[in-house]
Write a protein that binds this ligand. Structure first.
Ligand code: CA
Length: 221
């Protein structure tokens, strides 16, 4: 899963990067409103954390432009303490949630996970499809109730497929969400990860639809 963190305070930006990476996201950080707007307009993210006070273009204007252009990714805004009007304006502009500064990183991560699940149409943190169970809070994976050890990269791949369970995910999209936009990985890098995962999960869990992409098999094992 891929997250964009928009924050001009370098200390908070670093904290966001560390916390969201630990929560299973591939994180890109940017500190400038115009640049953030461009990235959100041209790249696909599973989550955006958006500070409202930004240089060149304020966060509210960035959000309004994204929504006006039909960009639907979940957005959590960071507002200044005590400015209730900012929160109201942010939600009116299409924010999915907000956090007043200063905030605890643990709360930010919990809220971020919740809006990502809601955006995927699933409220619950523990999701089961066929033989596979993924706990999106604990970042654990099990097959037929037996825990499976995964690397962070493998976990991101499974979590992305589970959150997009209703469709076949093309390889290019999966690569972007695993490695970010500036990757130069080829489809065979992805196949290598899938092959490793199939060894761990059993062959039937991640299904390939040849020429289209990957999906989680719904059939119970
Ligand atoms: Ca700021």
């Amino acid at each position: 899963m891929r997250a964009l963190a928009v924050e001009d305070d370098p200390r908070i930006a670093t904290d966001l990067d560390v916390a969201l990476s630990a929560a299973g996201f591939h994180v890109e950080t940017v500190g400038d409103g115009e640049e953030a707007w461009f990235l959100g307009d041209t790249e696909d993210y599973d989550l955006v954390v958006l500070d409202l006070g930004l240089p060149t273009l304020d966060g509210l204007a960035v959000l309004k432009r994204w929504r006006a252009a039909g960009r639907q990714m979940p957005v959590l805004i960071l507002t200044a303490r005590g400015t209730w009007s900012e929160r109201v304006e942010g939600i009116d502009a299409g924010a999915d949630d907000y956090l007043p500064k200063p905030f605890r990183m643990e709360e930010l991560v919990a809220r971020a996970r919740a809006i990502v699940r809601r955006a995927a149409g699933h409220g619950a943190a523990v999701m089961s499809i066929g033989a596979l169970t993924v706990d999106l809070n604990r970042m654990t994976v099990a097959v037929d109730g037996i825990p499976v050890d995964t690397t962070p990269l493998e976990y991101r791949l499974i979590a992305y497929l589970v959150l997009h369970r209703d469709r076949v995910v093309p390889p290019g999209e999966l690569l972007d969400h695993l490695y970010g936009e500036n990757h130069d990985r080829e489809a065979n890098a992805l196949e290598a990860v899938v092959t490793r995962l199939r060894r761990k999960l059993g062959t039937g869990v991640i299904a390939t639809r040849r020429g289209f992409g990957y999906h989680i098999d719904r059939a119970p094992a």
